[in-house]
Design a protein around this ligand. Structure first.
Ligand code: HEM
Ligand code: SF4
Ligand code: SF4
Length: 521
């Protein structure tokens, strides 16, 4: 399984590299697939509401009402109808890419199962929406879909009367089934919206909107496509005639040609088995359970920074249970915690300067204690030699950072760079453990742990608590975000950083001010 994920990852990385150049990392659509899914959903919903106002739900009037919308409303009707179709197609594309990408990044196993598991039924909802939509136009494609789908449904043992009987000829045609289709085409998207909402419940600040520029560009592209190639109906349906040729939408109807070669029952079975296989992927193979973040109430002052920064809604602030003078305390929901450590990076008590008491912060990962990080930092720093010694603090998902190591470079990795309290950077520089600190993580907007690199950047630039102290010269630290495979760029960035350090005057203890114990971030 990891081989398949690895190959897919390489493929995505290659394609994303090109898109990074064309769109910039922040606007790269591959990093915005979930948000683009929402965006296309809203376009489909808005255009659908408009079309429904003019759509006649009678089986004999449906086709004509769509022709009227297309031809008699100047461009508005035509563009709206085309937007409805093209945004639906685009939704399929981004959702399939989103699924493959999340799979390749392995963001589905262990306690991250929820997003994947709730995503799987969304696939059925999307297809039910699309297929019922094509049906409503009642042209020759709809005729093909009506006959093929009803015959396919008849292979299931649920229906008393064969549904296909409704479509043998024009005389047998009943408006009943057609009305059901209209109802499905309205009810399923509403249920889908509910499921989309459930899908993002375990994320704080889920990205539901693409960056404005990307959204505007995408909408403009869809409008231009709608003007140049308006979505057209085919000839009106006529059940007394077998259509010789039918234009096809492969995004939604790719399974239908299979019905010519595979019996309908087997195709259902295949789809159900594929869905079940997809649904259990978060447990294949089972992930080694990592201990969840642990609270130490004696060191928790209820500041809520950890709850603010946790990307997985795993921390709630509850009334104090130990009689201490604070109103609230942090509580970890171990079912949601992915052991990313970002909460430890946010906690004001996670500072390497503490010496009076043992270095136990209010919250930390049992597998990566902050006290141990302090020891590793000191011993790595003390072993460095040279004129421009650099300590690299990096994320385990940001590539083989240890390959950067040398006499003057040492790397310390953690589950996410967001686990590093900024006071560690101050500590390294003020204790002259290194001449500079490089923080290495995933590309901007694409953190494996969702928000780690964003919070790190904001903490370092003093926009988010806990701040890096202003006494740390900006030239002494550098952020290095990038794709895991791209070690060449990281090495180049490290070299540039090292040469910039060479030109700096040596760190003076005086310039950094007095040392304070138990300092906050
Ligand atoms: C209408 C369809 C879908 C929409 C609109 C959608 C949207 C989203 C959004 C907005 C996020 C949160 C991104 C973030 O802020 O980090 C997300 C995460 C995710 N989605 Fe979807 N999604 C859809 C379908 C699917 C499907 C079909 C799957 C796979 C079967 C899937 C799997 C996931 C996974 C694994 C995550 C991330 C989990 C994690 O980071 O722990 N999604 N999706
Ligand atoms: S950041 Fe630390 S001190 Fe603040 S609430 Fe969380 S555990 Fe408590
Ligand atoms: S380790 Fe990560 S997921 Fe767990 S509580 Fe801390 S910030 Fe949240």
């Amino acid at each position: 399984m990891s081989l398949v994920k690895g190959i897919l990852r390489r493929l995505f990385e290659q394609v994303e590299k090109g898109f990074d150049l064309a769109f910039s990392a922040a606007w790269n659509p591959f990093r915005q697939l979930g948000a683009l899914g929402w965006f296309f959903y809203w376009i489909v919903a808005a255009s659908g509401i408009y079309l429904y106002i003019f759509f006649d739900t009678g089986i004999t009037q449906a086709y004509d009402s769509i022709e009227w919308i297309m031809n008699d409303q100047w461009y508005v009707g035509s563009v709206t109808r085309s937007l409805h179709r093209y945004a639906s197609d685009a939704l399929v594309v981004v959702v399939v890419l989103h699924l493959l990408r999340e799979f390749s990044l392995d963001r589905l196993r262990g306690r991250r199962w929820f997003g994947w598991f709730t995503g799987v039924p969304l696939l059925w909802f999307i297809y039910a929406c699309g297929i019922s939509g094509y049906w409503m136009v009642w042209d020759t494609l709809a005729q093909y879909i009506a006959i093929a789908t009803s015959e396919w449904l008849d292979t299931l043992p649920f229906f008393g009367e064969p549904i296909a009987g409704n479509f043998v000829n024009n005389a047998a045609l009943s408006g009943r089934f057609f009305t059901l289709m209209v109802f499905i085409h309205i009810a399923v998207p509403l249920l889908m919206l509910l499921l989309m909402w459930i899908h993002i419940q375990r994320y704080s600040r889920p990205r539901m909107n693409p960056p404005r520029g990307l959204a505007a560009g995408t909408l403009i592209a869809l409008v231009v496509l709608s003007l140049v190639f308006p979505a057209l109906s085919q000839a009106p349906a006529d059940l007394d005639v077998v259509p010789a040729e039918v234009g096809f939408d492969w995004f939604y109807l790719a399974a239908y040609p299979l019905l010519d070669v595979v019996p309908g029952g087997q195709l259902w079975l295949g789809l159900v088995i594929s869905t079940a296989v997809l649904a259990v992927l978060p447990w294949v193979p089972p992930e080694k359970k990592q201990a969840a973040a642990r609270i130490d109430l004696d060191n928790c002052n209820g500041c809520a920074r950890c709850a603010e920064d946790c990307p997985f809604e795993a921390i709630t602030m509850e009334p104090r249970s130990d009689g201490a003078a604070y109103d609230t305390e942090a509580v970890v929901n171990i079912n949601n915690c992915t052991s990313c450590g970002i909460c430890a990076g946010a906690c004001p008590t996670a500072t390497p300067y503490r010496r009076a008491t043992a270095l136990t912060p209010g919250i930390e990962l049992p597998a990566y204690p902050i006290a141990e990080l302090r020891e590793r930092t000191i011993s790595a720093g003390e072993a460095l030699q040279g004129e421009s010694r650099v300590l690299v603090f990096g994320c385990e998902h940001a590539g083989r950072l240890d390959t950067l190591d040398g006499a003057d470079v040492a790397t310390l990795t953690m589950p996410c760079v967001g686990m590093l309290p900024p006071s560690f950077v101050d500590f390294v520089i003020s204790r002259r453990l290194a001449d500079g600190v490089l923080l290495a993580g995933c590309p901007a907007g694409d953190c494996y742990q969702r928000l780690g690199n964003e919070w790190t950047q904001q903490r370092m630039t003093r926009e988010r608590d806990p701040y890096l102290r202003s006494r740390v010269p900006a030239e002494r630290w550098r952020l290095c975000w990038g794709a895991a495979h791209d070690m060449r760029s990281r090495r180049a960035e490290l070299r540039r950083f090292q040469s910039s350090l060479e030109g700096l005057s040596p760190i003076k203890a005086r310039a950094l001010g007095p040392r304070r114990e138990a300092q906050v971030g």
